[in-house]
Design a protein around this ligand. Structure first.
Ligand SMILES: Cc1cc2nc3c(=O)[nH]c(=O)nc-3n(C[C@H](O)[C@H](O)[C@H](O)COP(=O)(O)O)c2cc1C
Length: 194
């Protein structure tokens, strides 16, 4: 099963990177699959550690999908890295094996510590819809614009029915970003056609 998490990694100078990623879940072993060009891949390869943070705050996924934010965090217990303040629970990972076959790596890790901070509230459709929209936002350069617009329209209905204020705000952030990206893509296509 793939579980969507915010992965924190640290570079050699101590700079922390926060990235949404889906990981292959396990109690003792977790597989992370970052594309080779990501900071997460470089930090895992060079530092050999990461923290998988589970949170119900989809704004953190939305912002990290479209920018490189810094979030409040505190030092991890067993690995060189940090835990997200907003995490409901977390797992600390040590790299065991890296398959760096392009375009996407497969990094096997061992869970060396885990902790919990607060309750994870149950399923909310708007939160799931925002997560799906965040994934679309990272793929505007790959997906056809008509498909993107159809997906967003469907997801927006779910958000409008079931969201709280935080989810509405996260959805608006993502849809604005996606519209700007689609406008850029259309302008570039028009310029090429001339
Ligand atoms: C819910 C979600 C899951 C994602 N899963 C992955 C993943 O498994 N691997 C990956 O390389 N990028 C994934 N992405 C895209 C990365 O978060 C995005 O490309 C990010 O900018 C790259 O991370 P970096 O900060 O490590 O460079 C996902 C995005 C979202 C919103």
């Amino acid at each position: 099963m793939i579980v969507e998490a915010i992965i924190t990694t640290m570079d050699a100078t101590g700079v922390v990177n926060f990235a949404p990623m889906g990981v292959e879940w396990g109690d003792d072993r977790i597989v992370v699959k970052p594309f080779l060009e990501t900071t997460t891949f470089r930090n895992l390869r060079d530092g050999g550690a990461a923290v998988v943070n589970l949170t119900d705050d989809v704004m953190l996924f939305a912002r990290a999908a479209i920018s490189s934010p810094q979030y409040a965090a505190f030092p991890a217990v067993r690995v060189r890295g940090v835990v997200l303040e907003a995490a409901c629970s977390w797992r600390e990972l040590e790299v065991r094996h890296i398959d760096a076959t392009p375009p996407r790596s497969r990094i096997d890790t061992a869970v060396v510590h885990h902790g919990a901070r607060r309750e994870f509230i149950g399923f909310n459709r708007a939160r799931n819809a925002v997560l799906e929209t965040a994934i679309v936002a990272t793929r505007t350069h790959i997906l056809p614009p008509a498909e993107i617009r159809a997906d967003i329209a469907r997801l927006q209905i779910i958000v409008d029915k079931t969201a709280g204020a935080r989810e509405l705000e996260a959805m608006a952030l993502l849809t604005d970003h996606i519209e700007n990206k689609l406008a850029e893509i259309a302008a570039a296509a028009n310029a090429n056609a001339r």
